[in-house]
Design a protein around this ligand. Sequence first.
Ligand SMILES: [Zn+2]
Length: 313
Amino acid sequence: MRNSLIALFLVLFVVPALAPSARAFQQKSQPIIDMHLHSYDEANYFVIPDNYGTISPPSAEAHFDATYEIMRRRKIVLGVVSNTASSEEAWLAKDEDKRFIRGFSFLGPEEWTPESFEKLAKDGKIDVFGEIGAYYRGMTLADPFFDPYLKICEEYGIPVALHTGGGPRQVTYRGSPKARLTMGNPLLIEDVLVKYPKLRIYLMHSGEIFYHEALRLMLSYPQVYSDLGVVLWVHPMPKYYGREFVRLAKEFGMLDRVMFGSDQMVWPHAIDLSLEQLDSFDFLSEKEKRDILYNNAARFLELSEDEITRHHE
Ligand SMILES: [Zn+2]
């Protein structure tokens, strides 16, 4: 979600504080891949309570330290990071363990053209194209604006990470006048999948309110994956969608394309909340949880056998 929108939570969500679950996570020694993280530096960071009243760390540096500490403690060996270019550079410079996968989003003051984008792709500076917040601009990925970029992604094998579903309350009145819930419907990207059948793409937040549509799209287009993102933690309503999505993905045989993501934004503890929520899904076997936490993302990201072995050491 866009940084400028997160401030909305302060005034819009007034919900009694909930203590994080004390439930022990049973798979601590196994590697995890987080397909949905956001970076910050002093220029784009802000301090604000989450939906349950827990305040974000006091500075961008403290936020990085807390995120990295949780990644080490939870054995999150890889995380797709996106946000402003400067905050990503700052995070990559501090990434001692080489845990970060570089996302690319259109946030920030930079002006991008297909030519400058292709140069970055050629130089290996884009690992993932996203998070793409087309919804906040009242657009879908099928908008002609994205077409040259998607062509480059297909050509260079760069995975695409698309925000699906809605955003914070009143977002259309506060900062994103063009945002429309209907634009978050994954079915609206169908033309992209027809035009670029080799494009590797995942639906961030698994469709959120459009979780049925996400599943139907995944049934028709077997190259489409999803990450869970905010539907594991941010608010009771998305959490309901997330639980239903995972339950139905299992029932319909598509769980092997569902990936873990936290979308921690300015709240590093959301990574813990997300892992605890996933672990609480008693309808999943331990193997299915392992697939969501690591194996499905390893396949989607086309990790080498060597890398996978190293992660399990
Ligand atoms: Zn996000």
